[in-house]
Design a protein around this ligand. Structure first.
Ligand code: AHR
Length: 329
């Protein structure tokens, strides 16, 4: 594997040599291809956040499929149970193991400078997937992810257009505190409801999980009861947990309390089609193929973009009914 890191270090020379010998097969990234250098297996350490949501399960599956042995990879997988220190330790382990490349889905944005410098000093390229970091962007090669701010903005615009023309009380279930997904979604949502008659009664983290979404919603219901008109949950799972709390309080989700979420995983889309959710903004978790291609390109010394943004859609109840059966996750 050291040979591959050497190749990354000798990026330009390597790429030229490969082109000259016609050995570069990395352009297509098709199944069964390797990094295009010498046919060696590419060892990749993937530091996943944990397993907090349906979105995360679909993302992990997509990554494992893309980084399969069949595609020329040896994947070393770590899920850090949403503990930032454990995730930093996992990345440090990957460096010590001498992997060819590291893929990181950072739980939180801050705290990455030191370990990313260590990876750079060791000549191991880091590719971010899903979320971003606040560290300088010369410490990683590329980021494959979603426009979280736009997701929040799309959700906020729909809420403002549909409920913001009359006084409306809203509560928010936020994702993991300090994650770019939570921070950027809040920024987009808040700017979109500005100037409408939406009043944010409360906003607390539910850590992107069903269990915490339920617990925090129970607290909101105890405190504000039927004053709550709308719930914005920053992911489907927290919204699904909140459904239980709303039903247990004798209220009808989707009617007494309107629910807007982000992700569009199967369970969320089912709740939307059933009329229990009112609107979902998609967050596409199927990033594996694109991340694998970027890893191969980086190791082959090709120039890659600093960021690749995957497009999202949005669904109301009728649209959810129409596409539910064809959703891949
Ligand atoms: O970073 C993406 C977010 O992380 C998803 O919206 C959420 O479900 C996941 O846990």
């Amino acid at each position: 594997m050291k040979a591959k890191r050497l190749l990354a270090g000798l990026a330009l020379a390597g790429a030229v040599a490969l082109a000259a010998t016609g050995c570069s097969g990395s352009g297509s990234g098709g199944a069964g291809s390797t990094d295009g250098a010498s046919g060696d297996v590419i060892t990749v350490g993937f530091a996943q956040t944990g397993s907090e949501s349906g979105w995360r399960s679909a993302n992990t599956e997509s990554m494992k499929e893309a980084f399969s042995a069949e595609n020329g990879f040896d994947l070393v997988f770590n899920a850090a149970d949403n503990k930032p220190e454990a995730q930093i330790a996992a990345v440090r382990n990957f460096i010590n193991q001498g992997v060819d490349a590291i893929v990181l889905a950072p739980i939180v944005s801050d705290g990455w400078d030191d370990v990313l410098k260590e990876a750079k000093d060791a000549g191991i390229p880091v590719i971010l997937e899903d979320r971003t970091v606040s560290a300088p962007d010369d410490l990683y090669e590329s980021w494959v992810g979603l426009d979280f701010e736009k997701e929040g903005e799309t959700a906020g615009k729909w809420v403002a257009d549909n409920y913001g023309k009359q006084p409306t009380n809203l509560v928010v279930l936020e994702g993991t505190t300090g994650s770019s997904a939570a921070t950027d979604r809040a920024t987009g949502f808040n700017s979109a409801i500005e100037g409408s008659q939406i009043k944010v009664l409360d906003s607390q983290t539910g850590n992107f999980t069903r269990a915490d979404g339920k617990t925090v919603m129970e607290g909101f219901l105890q405190k504000y009861g039927s004053e709550i008109n709308v719930l914005f949950a920053q992911n489907d799972d927290m919204g699904l947990g909140a459904l239980d709390a709303i039903k247990a309080a004798g209220l009808t989700p989707g009617q007494d309390i309107k629910i807007v979420t982000i992700d569009a995983v199967k369970d969320g889309m089912t709740a939307l089609a059933d009329g229990e959710f009112n609107y979902i903004v998609e967050c596409n978790p199927l990033l594996g193929d694109q991340v694998a291609q970027v890893v191969k390109d980086v190791l082959a010394g090709k120039t890659v973009d600093k960021q690749y943004i995957v497009e999202d859609q949005a669904f109301d109840q009728e649209q959810a009914k129409a596409v539910l059966d064809s959703r891949p996750y």
